[in-house]
Design a protein around this ligand. Structure first.
Ligand code: GLN
Length: 548
């Protein structure tokens, strides 16, 4: 039997519901339970793939090639839950299914309505998110209680809980206890009102998780319990963490969250293992042996969420190397115009992330040129790898006009071009090269040494590719094409093999990095930066076990 935990949020958005949901999964897994996690998003986009990073932050890509909400990144980094296309549904994806069925005549002449047809489709989606053998399915509902647009989801989970055994489904509600500086008090009223909103539609939370800046007093706990109709021991404090989000599972366990959950689900017999691995990780993060500064040269640097997985993966690399990573966020557009040497002066590593379109590309190329000429470790990801190849072709291989047809469709030197079958016209949603592909690493190269294996699976999200016609000329000039997608004959990795780290990958390694299993490329990049900063190498950075 699979049990379901529905996580809702109240009072304000951006409460960290994704991290709380991921932490719940960690605590249940530590009790030996098999957990799945799913997110239901109330917006009408069929998936976030068509949204600008400024709108919605990064698009997180799953192994099976779904473009999903960035919270799925937290789920995958924290837990072992299988994450794929059934782990994220939106209002748009649910409606498009129902409308397709209506057009096919599947509803046999009935009027098609939100209740029951949309809510039935949501309940089916919830079941599809929990593969066979799942003990507990954790389902996060996006948005805030009281929003018009999340109503069908709340109605669907209300029905869901009604239709199963009482121990099979429970509700966890995350709220905020705002602190008023003037009176020095934390207030419970918004929490009461938000629980009131849920009760109006028939949902009584079993557990309340209260975000707060300061510890909650016993008196506040009793008051919240009384007014919200939740037992005192089920009112859990989630206080702001000091150094890292990876403290959240440890704190929530100390507050008794997992005891509360298993009590409601009738799983008290499971015993919890300690969180020593998470504690050791947080210790390493709290006490680094030094600091490195990494420049991230991108188009969306104003918004931290736009490169969420990259920043997390850098931190994982830092934890593996025992150093703290300080970020210098550099605008790619300003790099094109300004004094690049001044903008990058003193950094120990340069990372150029993925991106779309022409804007910012020349700045990325300049940053990589400066990095190469000054022997600063450089890491190019997706568009960053394409920029690295263009930079080398223009300035070291005698192809001054080298370009990508994405930025200049009539370039005489299409070093980066569209693959056959890929087109710029037509539907934008879900039409890129997406998800995991095998990549064969060339023995004796830097990348093969870093991974410690010769075949890896990494996730893609792009349309343009390295043009094989240029491979020989670039190799003759010293740039090694060190990774290949053999079946498609595609170059996926370029590197300068004699450098500690000058490497570009067509895929997105950041999606497979976890705090407890840092991605080897991020670990090696941060380690190269640490050496550049004059720190000793953290020898024996272990290759990631999850790569199969
Ligand atoms: N715009 C480039 C392409 O589509 C790179 C995409 C990316 O960086 N994710 O190939």
């Amino acid at each position: 039997m699979t049990r379901f935990i529905f996580v809702t949020g109240g009072v304000v958005s951006s409460l960290g519901k994704g991290i709380t949901t991921a932490a719940i999964a960690v605590l249940l897994e530590k009790r030996g339970l098999k957990v799945s996690i799913q997110k239901l998003d109330p917006y009408i986009n069929v998936d976030p793939g068509t949204m600008s990073p400024f709108e919605h932050g990064e698009v997180y890509v799953t192994e099976d090639g779904a473009e999903t909400d960035l919270d799925l990144g937290h789920y995958e980094r924290f837990s072992q839950a299988p994450i794929g296309r059934h782990s994220n549904y939106t209002t748009g994806s649910i409606y498009s299914q129902v409308i397709r069925r209506e057009r096919r005549g599947d509803y046999l002449g009935k009027t098609v309505q939100v209740i029951p047809h949309i809510t039935d489709a949501i309940k089916d989606a919830i079941r599809s998110g929990a593969p066979a053998g799942t003990d507990v399915a954790v389902v996060e509902i996006g948005g805030t209680a009281g929003d018009i647009e999340s109503l069908p989801f709340l109605e669907a989970i209300r029905q869901f809980a009604l239709e199963v055994d009482p121990r099979e489904a429970m509700f966890v509600h995350l709220t905020l206890l705002p602190h008023l500086r003037a009176s020095g008090e934390m207030k419970t009223k918004p929490t009461q009102q938000s629980v009131g909103k849920l009760r109006e539609i028939g949902i009584q939370p079993h557990v309340l998780v209260c975000r707060c800046e300061h510890p909650m007093t016993d008196e506040m706990r009793r008051k919240i319990s009384l007014f919200c109709n939740v037992r005192v021991e089920d009112v859990i404090q989630e206080i702001d963490v000091e150094t890292t989000i990876y403290e959240v599972p440890i704190d929530l366990k100390a507050q008794g969250l997992d005891d509360a959950l298993v009590r409601h689900l009738g799983l008290e017999k499971t015993t919890a293992q300690d969180l020593s691995d998470w504690e050791a990780l947080c210790e390493r993060i709290r006490h680094p042996r030094g600091e490195v500064e990494i420049a991230v040269v991108g188009k969306y640097i104003e918004l931290h969420d736009a490169y969420k997985s990259i920043y997390e993966a850098l931190d994982h690399g830092g934890a593996a190397s025992g150093v703290a990573v300080r970020l210098r966020k550099v605008s790619a557009e300003e790099c094109a115009e300004g004094d690049v040497g001044r903008m990058l002066d003193g950094v120990h590593g340069i990372l150029v992330p993925g991106g779309f379109g022409e804007r910012g590309l020349e700045g990325k190329i300049r940053a990589l040129q400066w990095g190469r000429e000054n022997e600063v470790p450089c890491f190019g990801i997706c568009l960053g790898m394409q920029a690295m190849a263009i930079e080398y072709a223009r300035h070291a291989a005698g192809i001054p006009e080298a370009h990508t047809t994405e930025a200049r469709s009539d370039t005489p030197e299409p070093l980066i071009h569209l693959l056959e079958g890929q087109s710029e016209d037509g539907d934008k949603g879900g039409t890129m090269r997406l998800g995991a592909y095998p990549c064969r690493l060339l023995p004796g190269t830097r990348v093969a040494e870093i991974y410690g294996r010769d075949l890896v699976f990494e996730r893609h999200r792009h349309r343009w590719e390295f043009n094989d016609a240029y491979r020989e000329r670039l190799e003759a000039a010293g740039l090694t094409c060190s990774g290949l997608y053999e079946e498609g004959g595609l170059v996926e990795i370029v590197e300068l093999s004699d450098r500690p780290f000058h490497l570009g990958v067509q895929y997105h390694p950041e999606f497979k990095s976890k705090p407890l299993q840092p991605h080897p490329l991020f670990a090696a990049f941060v380690d190269a930066a640490a050496q550049r900063a004059g720190l000793a190498s953290a020898a024996g950075v272990s290759p990631q076990e999850t790569h199969s």
